[in-house]
Unconditional design. Structure first.
Length: 417
């Protein structure tokens, strides 16, 4: 029977790693004269890398207690489909990337079927739900972590763990010029503007499009707004970010990267929401873009929703402020169970507050403006943050032959054999 490898990722960052891993596995297999098929959960990038996506990651990426409850029937249906595919195909090895709510359940099933499990990108058990370490001890054959403090945590619990480095720390700086990036943004936004916003009255369509809200000027300073990779996150975070943009004014232009895991319908919905924000006639230009790293690279500063994007901003060296908002119930529960001093990963890695965190009620337009304005001009606040971000980048780079993804591929094949 031909070998197969199961790769599962449920969010935009993990899906990116899944695509890179599939490519690395194929190259390492080919070098030894072997082949394998790939299937699992992923998005467009994993599919393009040769993974048959039995379940789409965008159909499973829901965050927060109340949010999960609302989507539970769909999540359960897709989970059962994924589990049945594993039973039918019996892969030689499984790689689970982050996304613990689903992947711990899958790890139990994989273990029951005798399929070895490699877990890449640790769930944050060191921050909360430490009792789940028992699941890792029982069902995970190898834990591959991307933050240096995670390896001693797991090894202290008797888990085979290895710090492989952070994949994003190995990437070169984006090579696209500001001019070409602006041209791409214009093309993307012209496509979005081709259809008027939903329920937009005919007499307001001209006003909406008259703002030329996609005409990026490479000669102006850009501020990046990163509201999250899930549609629910964007709906919670984007409006306040846009309010902050209107307060900062039209001397800047604003770029909004959209995660590749978002469906066309979700992207359209985010775009249409701009028309519901009652922006003033002289509202600043707000353009949607595709590449988050390029957006962070070319932006002067950024406003970033808590998550992997904060690590991307730190590694790029772009000064930023961290924001986040969840439902009141989710936040109340999180306050009781999360046992770490910071929310932003950049601060956790540094062991101190490097970037400002505006969470829940502190996440207001006025607070964003107050915290972001000192970081825009050259001066001590900007210089000091950039120095700290450079130190964080050094901590995340594992100096070894190959890179993090290549090492994950090596471990996967060793485990399979």
């Amino acid at each position: 029977m031909a070998q197969s490898i199961f790769i599962s990722a449920g969010e935009a960052s993990g899906e990116h790693y899944g695509a890179l891993l599939a490519d690395a596995l194929q190259k390492q297999l080919a070098a030894s004269g072997q082949t394998a098929s790939f299937f699992g959960m992923g998005g467009e990038r994993m599919a393009a890398a040769g993974v048959e996506c039995v379940v789409r990651s965008e159909d499973m990426a829901v965050m927060g207690l109340t949010e999960v409850v609302r989507h539970l029937p769909r999540i359960w249906r897709e989970y059962r489909r994924l589990k049945q595919a594993i039973r039918d195909r019996r892969p030689s090895v499984a790689v689970l990337i982050d996304f613990p709510e689903i992947h711990f359940r899958l790890a139990r099933e994989l273990h029951r079927l005798g399929i070895p499990v490699v877990y890449f990108v640790s769930p944050q058990l060191w921050a909360w739900k430490k009792h789940r370490i028992k699941l890792v001890q029982k069902y995970v054959d190898k834990m591959l972590v991307i933050f240096p403090f995670e390896e001693p945590f797991y090894r202290g619990q008797g888990v085979q763990a290895e710090f492989v480095g952070h994949p994003l720390a190995e990437l070169p700086a984006p090579s696209i010029s500001r001019e070409d990036f602006a041209k791409q943004a214009i093309e993307i936004n012209q496509g979005l503007h081709a259809i008027p916003p939903k329920d937009c009255p005919p007499d307001e369509i001209e006003l909406f499009f008259g703002r030329a809200s996609y005409d990026l000027d490479p000669g102006k300073e850009w501020i990046a707004l990163l509201p999250g990779s899930r549609h629910a996150e964007i709906r919670s975070n984007f409006h306040t970010m846009v309010k902050a943009a209107t307060q900062l004014g039209d001397k800047y232009q604003y770029i909004v990267p959209l995660a590749p895991t978002l469906t066309e319908q979700q992207i359209r919905a985010v775009h249409d929401e701009l028309s519901d924000y009652c922006l003033p006639d002289d509202a600043p230009i707000i353009a949607f873009v595709r590449d988050a790293r390029a957006a962070l690279f070319h932006a002067r500063v950024s406003i970033v929703a808590s998550g992997t994007a904060t690590v991307e901003a730190a590694l790029i060296g772009n000064p930023f402020v961290v924001v986040y908002r969840v439902s009141a119930l989710t936040f109340a529960i999180a306050k009781r169970v999360v046992k770490v001093p910071f929310v932003a990963m950049a601060n956790l890695i540094a062991g101190k507050r490097v970037v400002t965190e505006l969470i829940q009620s502190d996440f207001t337009a006025a607070n964003i403006v107050r915290e972001i304005e000192p970081l825009i001009p050259d001066g001590p606040p900007r210089r000091e943050m950039m120095e700290e971000l450079a130190r964080i980048r050094g901590l995340l780079a594992k100096r070894q032959a190959g890179g993090a993804i290549d090492r994950v591929a090596e471990v996967t094949l060793e485990t399979m054999r």
